[in-house]
Write a protein that binds this ligand. Structure first.
Ligand SMILES: NCc1[nH]cc(CCC(=O)O)c1CC(=O)O
Length: 303
């Protein structure tokens, strides 16, 4: 089986995790797999904010093309970075057990958001994190912080900013949880839709691969991410849109929280739904409809 992935350390860790789970589920060895590294447009352009170069598909298009042309059999993705609709002929219906969904607060000088002094400089290129931070702490100064984890940590060291945020899941998969000064609870900063979830994409007509993947797909992840992505889909989430969403399971009850923000944090519209876990998609769509309805007419007019 050929596994397609981006070449970043995080992407490779996720590809290895997927391979290891397939090996364990089916009694296969590493020799039964080939990891195929694919460079994407998003990997090539490192010097500009993502929102300027246009959309989430930037990190997936080349990988999906490789799937469609049978150069690879599966593609491993951070579901947080995936558009809500896949190209014709491809499906994602395999979600691995979810990692920590929270954001990490990273700083060598301060212990958390509330410890940051007035006007402190915080680095982040995430539209969501920037908007959430601005909403809570309008005094802070935000600077763009793109690049991989090492690059961002180096910028902190150089004093470009005094703090930044990363996903706990990414740090955990890289074996770098020690750089997190603490985890930010979802009440404080609601995570991105599908944060911490690895999804596996395949060709829709590839029944053999579908059967292999079914054995490693996690039910709880699937229920939660389905609700979150239905919420995102109904909001037509793009890179221009600060949106957060998190579904949690308690037994067979699903609690879905969602919020949309103005990029400058001047307005936050939040809501939640609780219902049976089998209704996740409907709850997501419904919650998104409510938030849309509550948003002023110029709210989605950001570009
Ligand atoms: N947008 C980049 C990205 N996509 C997925 C993760 C982390 C892993 C995950 O959320 O599954 C990250 C890095 C980050 O936000 O710190």
């Amino acid at each position: 089986m050929r596994i397609g992935t981006r070449g970043s350390a995080l992407a490779l860790a996720q590809a290895h995790e997927t391979r290891d789970r397939l090996m364990a589920a089916h009694g296969l060895s590493a020799d039964d797999f080939e990891i195929v590294v694919i460079k994407t447009t998003g990997d090539r352009i490192l010097d500009r904010p993502l929102k300027e170069i246009g959309g989430k598909g930037l990190f997936t298009r080349e990988i999906e093309d490789a799937l469609l042309s049978h150069q690879i059999d599966i593609a491993v993705h951070s579901m947080k970075d995936m558009p809500t609709i896949q190209p014709d002929g491809l499906v994602i219906d395999c979600y691995l057990p979810r990692e920590d969904v929270r954001d990490a607060f990273v700083s060598s000088s301060f212990a958390g958001i509330s410890d940051l002094p007035q006007g402190a400089v915080v680095g982040s290129s995430s539209l969501r994190r920037r908007a959430q931070l601005a909403a809570r702490r309008p005094d802070l100064q935000l600077v763009e912080f793109r690049g991989n984890v090492q690059t961002r940590l180096k910028k902190l060291e150089e004093g470009v900013a005094v703090a930044t945020f990363l996903a706990m899941a990414g740090l955990s998969r890289l074996g770098m949880l020690h750089v997190a000064r603490g985890a930010v609870e979802p009440d404080e900063m609601l995570p991105a839709v599908a944060q911490g979830c690895i999804g596996v994409e395949r060709r829709a007509d590839d029944a053999q691969t579908a059967a292999l993947l079914a054995a490693i797909s996690d039910r709880d992840s699937t229920l939660r991410v389905t609700a979150e992505r239905a919420f995102l889909a109904r909001l037509d989430g793009s890179c221009q849109t600060p949106i957060a969403g998190l579904a949690e399971l308690a037994g067979d009850q699903l609690r879905l929280r969602g919020e949309i923000l103005r990029p400058d944090g001047s307005e936050v519209i939040a809501g939640e739904r609780i219902g049976p876990s089998s209704d996740g998609a409907a709850m997501g769509t419904d919650l998104a409809g409510e938030l849309r309805g509550r948003a002023p007419s110029d709210f989605f007019d950001w570009s």
